[in-house]
Design a binder for this molecule. Structure first.
Ligand SMILES: NC(=O)c1ccc[n+]([C@@H]2O[C@H](COP(=O)([O-])OP(=O)(O)OC[C@H]3O[C@@H](n4cnc5c(N)ncnc54)[C@H](OP(=O)(O)O)[C@@H]3O)[C@@H](O)[C@H]2O)c1
Length: 323
């Protein structure tokens, strides 16, 4: 089977495609033929050696996937060959097949495509964890979403809108802002030409209740300054590559709060709760409450191009590798 291999940390262009012997399927494992592997910012960080966890090389990157079960371990009772499933695995998804613990695999509901299933786990679990567990969003609040045309951003808009929030979406390109409006944003800010702070305050009539920031850099501080009284800033990520140093006086003013979001750590510490969170997401997708975007796709061999597009902000919405 073919797999993308990182033999040396660095730019995605250093990745290679190798043929590997199939891994044996243990009694509590299943083998999955990968139909789509979601591309996430974290995959590029792993490959670059810039994530907080640095796996020893060589490793196969790729953290979430959807596919069909082709082999079931002897002790597995609730899954069968042919089942359409999805899983989050940290590493290993950029391959033609994976062998994973059966306990970490979830059936894909009818009506959800392989591409959607391979891309909604991280983005929607992060969005729900951010808005429900950390920020405790209330109906009627105004939410400013940065990186609004990216994976976390679009999912956050969808989840916030479903809670009855008014969403202001900030993104750098017209294609991304169009996707944000389609996801439920009622106003947009062009971060390439407009002041995030001034426009967000203007659009919200004085300051937003919540800002969700997966981008960081200079926009992180602007998002803090865009908050109104009792406003909450959710710090989700630093896609810009720069961790902002937020001025404490701006937190004091207006009784603002800055809230950290680390869904990945929470998911590892609370596996049962995280499974329930994913089940909730899938139930809401099936019920038509959430609307995960259909991703664009790249062949497995174009992994470097795909990660380069992600790193250089050319991906609007989500993208998958199709082996
Ligand atoms: N804390 C958590 O639990 C958690 C969970 C999942 C993801 N994350 C993090 O959240 C961040 C966003 O993830 P994502 O999946 O939404 O990524 P994504 O789909 O690539 O979107 C990120 C967005 O960030 C913006 N951006 C600004 N400067 C950028 C730069 N120099 N390079 C790339 N993007 C830039 C881009 O929007 P514009 O072009 O509009 O500026 C882009 O659309 C990542 O840092 C990821 O690691 C955190």
């Amino acid at each position: 089977m073919r797999a993308v291999v990182c033999t040396e940390e660095g730019p995605p262009e250093r990745l290679t495609i190798e043929r590997r012997d199939p891994t044996p399927c243990g009694p509590e494992q299943v083998r999955i033929e990968v139909r789509a592997a979601g591309l996430n910012f974290v995959d590029a960080l792993f490959v670059a050696g810039r994530y907080q966890i640095r796996p020893p090389v060589p490793f196969v990157p790729g953290s979430e996937l959807a596919g069909r079960i082709t082999e079931v371990g002897a002790a597995v009772e609730d899954l069968a060959v042919g089942d359409r499933v999805m899983t989050s695995i940290g590493l290993g998804a950029f391959a033609e097949e994976v062998v994973v613990a059966a306990g970490g695999v979830t059936r894909v509901p009818d009506g959800v495509s392989d591409g959607q299933a391979a891309t909604l786990g991280q983005s929607y679990c992060t969005a729900v964890f951010t808005l429900e567990h950390r920020v405790e969003l209330a109906s009627g609040e105004t939410v400013l979403v940065l990186g609004a045309g990216g994976g976390v951003g679009l999912a956050t808009i969808d989840v916030a809108a479903s809670h009855g929030a008014t969403v202001i979406a900030a993104a750098s390109s017209a294609a991304k802002r169009d996707l944000a409006v389609a996801a439920g944003a009622s106003a947009v800010i062009d971060t390439s030409t407009e002041s995030l702070k001034d426009r967000a305050r203007e659009l919200s009539g004085g300051g937003v209740d919540v800002a969700v920031d997966p981008v960081g850099g200079a926009l992180g501080e602007e998002a803090l300054r865009a908050l109104g009284n009792d406003g909450r800033l959710a710090v989700v990520g630093f896609a810009s590559g720069t961790i902002p140093s937020l001025p404490a006086n701006q937190i004091l003013l207006r009784n603002r709060r800055v809230i950290g979001v680390d869904w990945g750590a929470w998911a590892m510490q609370h596996p049962a709760e995280n499974t329930a969170l994913l089940d909730t997401v899938l139930e809401r997708v099936a019920a038509g409450t959430y609307h995960p975007i259909e991703p664009s796709s790249y062949p497995l061999a174009d992994v470097a191009l795909a990660l380069r597009d992600l790193l250089e902000r050319r991906v609007a919405g989500k993208a998958v590798l199709v082996p």
